[in-house]
Design a protein around this ligand. Sequence first.
Ligand SMILES: *Cc1c(COP(=O)(O)O)cnc(C)c1O
Length: 395
Amino acid sequence: MGIIRDLGETYLAGNYRRFPVAFVRGQGTRLWDEEGREYLDFCAGIAVCALGHCPEEVVSAVRDQVEKLLHVSNLYWTEPQARLAQILVENSFAERVFFCNSGAEAVEAALKLARRYAYLKHGPEKTRIVALENSFHGRTYGALSATGQPVYWEGFEPLVPEFVHVPPDDLEALREVVDERTCAVILEPVLGEGGVIPLSREFVEEARRVCDARGALLIFDEIQTGVGRTGKLFAYEHFGVEPDIMCLAKGLAGGLPLGAMLAREEVMEALSPGSHASTFGGNPVACAAALAVLRRVSSPDFLAEVRLKGEALRKGLLQLCERFPEKLKGVRGLGLLLALETRIPASSLMQALFERRVLTTAPKPDALRLTPPLTVAYREIDAFLTILEETLREG
Ligand SMILES: *Cc1c(COP(=O)(O)O)cnc(C)c1O
């Protein structure tokens, strides 16, 4: 591999472990490297490219917007931002939207809103935030403090005070820890970086109950699960539980950087003018892209198709589990956010697939994560399963 990797290795921060490939073009579920080799993409930019690479409607919405207006800041109104807020509100529990540029920023906004709401409503003592062990909420200090995986903390402490973690699905621990000093409980309906682990319905319902009982806000981090990924527009719909605040990012703008923090009106009122802000947040180009994504993904027919494709992929994976019981354990996840549970190291399976030009991720040693574009074709699912079968067979 040539100049791109050389430049990167010379000049970029060394904080990423990258695959030895540089991509120059993408279309749908396919990517091409600088030598013109084709890859099948079941990573999709870490669950970001919801409609695949360079989808026509996103490209044309971005092209139109780029020719009109790139940026003005939030000192002024812009149409794409206002219309995107409207479509998000009309399709969710929420009544108000704050835009930012990434997942971590959406989590920061949610944590700050929860603290400020409690401060205004209950006084300065109600500051504790309950999060889950094995969760992931991002890398900025607030989000990192919420993240329940000490490996991400190493060398960065002290963290933000007043965060406590409980094991996922431990109803007892949750009841015990949420008290009058708790201002919020934050959770991912499906723990994504934690290895694609859906929470139990009982646990999510209990989180709602204890929050209501203690006057705490319930925050869902749907940065990975939102925007159709699980076969519903938002994963909370699977659980029959509505949060007070929700974070979105990843798939929201189909590949452009955009984050959003949504809330009920009475909650969002705590962010009075000047209390929180972002210079770039809700940029017109990113919002134009997100409008195109949401117009497609919010359709019930599109979401039904995501569920069917998710079932097709799950079924194929379960058949492989039966054929290779010494290597595979099972399948977990929802919709097109799936993990193949492995007995062999998932990272070695990911490597072997990469050598066959198939992209996947391995968030945990026993979890090979599959997050193809929501537009993946059935024949691409079949092609993936065939190559996975071959990889398992040949070791
Ligand atoms: C990816 C992710 C984040 C962080 O998003 P960034 O855009 O990388 O800051 C936060 N929470 C969840 C659940 C995520 O999957």
